[in-house]
Design a protein around this ligand. Sequence first.
Ligand SMILES: Nc1nc2c(ncn2[C@@H]2O[C@H](COP(=O)(O)OP(=O)(O)OP(=O)(O)O)[C@@H](O)[C@H]2O)c(=O)[nH]1
Ligand SMILES: [Mg+2]
Length: 347
Amino acid sequence: MLVRNSPVLPVRTDVRASLLAAARRVPFVLYGIICVCFGLAMYVFGILLVFPRYLLGLNQWLLAVDEWIVWYSGMPIMAGLTLSLIDLFVLFPGRRRAAEVRCDPVLPARITVALTAYNDEESIGPAVRDFLGHPLVRQVIVVSNNSSDATMARAQAAGALALNEAAQGYGRCVHRCLSEALRLGDGDLIVLCEGDRTFRAHDIDKFLAYAPHADIVNGTRTVEPLRQFSTQLSTFMYYGNIFVAKLLEAKHLGRGTITDVGTTYKLCRREALERLLPRLDPRVNLEFNAYFLDMALRNGLSLVECPITFHQRVGVSKGGNVDNLRALKVGCRMMLGIVFGWCRAAA
Ligand SMILES: Nc1nc2c(ncn2[C@@H]2O[C@H](COP(=O)(O)OP(=O)(O)OP(=O)(O)O)[C@@H](O)[C@H]2O)c(=O)[nH]1
Ligand SMILES: [Mg+2]
């Protein structure tokens, strides 16, 4: 018996192992969260139907539909919970088993800073001086995105190398910042940031403390005592951002803890950025930061978050934080990108 079965057993074990490995690549928790959210939305919609039923006298038409919606809202909720529990308790431990804590020193650190700018004449000078004042910063590059004010001149006057990106859009500006930092910088570390004074150079020291553990150290603005009261980030944006970040974390479960998908401020190792940048599409616009993190994890780079301080903007906001409606649209595009793939703006 034993002799007859022995060639079959390894084949069965192989099939089981490859099925398990394939299952571990599917983000079941992400799908689970989506199912639960869909079920909750159905339930709330069903509850709200009580108003047209009684206030508009539509009870006899809507009662059966309403009962169906509320009753069946339990199905996606249960399906979502099942998917999430299977992932968390069956697949997740296997995903994490090979995880090692990386400790790969980056000293002596030489840092190139690249700042985005778009009609930021009020803030760009102080931002450049702040970064040049950091003892490890060798060079500050400012990429102005067709600014029609004095952004370029003020960046140069403050000591930066100022360049213009002719193709409009936040994604294009960030992509150009990263390419120029790789091309012109001689440092092993590249810092990407905005020139609007929402971020400060002293937080580079916090990034450096985490740098040995990852390819990318991404700033997070979600640590309460570190954010100024009067920033553009409303309560809706604050919690919405955490929600989208958790969706992204669920997609790459076991690979990173993510609490902020909207910060530009990050530190990258040169060799990691050289691998990642050719795979990034600059046409992804205001949702570029979430896209960057998704692509970094998808391409096997390691990511660690670092709490940073967040300050009131100098000058007028033009990005995703203009108002809650715009932030909602950017957030929805981020969620669609995480689940279905990233949309590119027309060239
Ligand atoms: N929105 C936008 N920002 C651009 C563009 N090109 C470069 N940027 C820069 O990208 C950064 C993000 O835009 P901000 O206006 O700061 O928007 P935000 O960061 O979402 O919001 P706040 O900083 O809170 O006002 C800034 O440094 C801009 O100057 C562009 O075409 N559109
Ligand atoms: Mg900003």
